[in-house]
Design a protein around this ligand. Structure first.
Ligand SMILES: [Fe+2]
Length: 281
């Protein structure tokens, strides 16, 4: 597990923009309903927020957001949970893409040099720079969705690591990838992967639940792609309603102790996001 703090993917301005899009409100309408000056909404969107706690509560009420989470985020104090012990090893690969960072993950039996890769990042070059020294081979690759920052260079990754199976969400077409959809499972030596089909950010998007059924203890891991982040959700580029439905469905389908490994930002847990995520009410 990483020791270096990873910043949240979204700041208050990003949350407000996503919530305005979801509710169909523009800056002027939101400002009027929440009784704040429109210029201060624009300042927040430009990453210069200066709202009081009372104003953040009003904004949360107007936008239908989780008040506790929005206020914590607006005050720069969004809490992150302690990550519980997992029955396998997780290697987060944080890779630069443009002005942002994208995550991929290698999951492996602890001590093993073979792993399973979730997403490939922007391309083979940055993936190799972030690659964990402990891992030499990859049994399979699972893509959450086919966007440049998450699925770059899949064929090169397959070739470089001699990958036997590469999967992409049903409905996506990608060279070297085979479709995999809702409820399908793949077993590996120390864990199994179950697919949750979660369109919303993209028309073809999967989350992957990684569990070790034989382990005596330890939480499950949810590879959430761009569906759920710590403190936010992905942009609803394909369908806002489906994104909201799938966020709710996934968070209630797995135990609260489940660790979430998102496509951007830090690790979190299902229980934590049910309590604090601004988009979960
Ligand atoms: Fe992304």
């Amino acid at each position: 597990m990483p020791d270096i703090p990873v910043p949240l993917e979204d700041e208050l301005g990003d949350i407000l923009e996503k919530a305005m899009l979801r509710s169909g409100l523009n800056e002027e309408a939101l400002a009027k309903l929440a009784d704040v000056a429109p210029a201060r909404i624009r300042d927040a969107i430009d990453y210069r927020p200066d709202f009081t706690g009372v104003e953040l509560s009003r904004l949360a009420a107007v936008l239908g957001l989780n008040e506790v989470g929005l206020c914590a985020l607006g005050c720069g104090r969004y809490p992150l949970p302690n990550i519980s012990v997992l029955p396998f090893c997780v290697y987060p690969l944080r890779m630069r893409h443009g002005i942002g960072m994208a995550n991929a993950y290698v999951i492996a039996e602890c001590g093993s040099r073979q792993g399973v890769l979730f997403d490939t990042g922007p391309g083979i070059g940055v993936l190799e720079e972030a690659w964990p020294r402990a891992i030499r081979g990859i049994e399979a690759v699972f893509l959450t969705h086919v966007e440049a920052e998450h699925a770059g260079g899949l064929c090169e990754v397959v070739k470089r690591f001699g990958v036997a199976s590469a999967y992409c969400p049903t409905g996506a077409t990608v060279p070297c990838g085979s479709p995999i959809g809702e409820g399908e499972r793949r077993k590996f030596s120390a864990f199994e992967v179950t697919v949750l089909s979660t369109p919303g950010h993209a028309s073809a998007h999967n989350c992957y639940l990684v569990r070790a059924p034989g382990a005596r203890a330890g939480a499950a891991l949810l590879i959430s792609g761009d569906l759920i982040f710590a403190g936010s959700v992905g942009g609803a580029h394909f369908c806002p309603r489906q994104l909201a439905d799938n966020v709710r469905r996934v968070l209630h389908a797995v135990p609260p102790a489940t660790v979430i490994a998102p496509g951007h930002g830090p690790l979190t847990t299902v229980g934590h996001e049910l309590r604090y995520n601004p988009f979960v009410t």
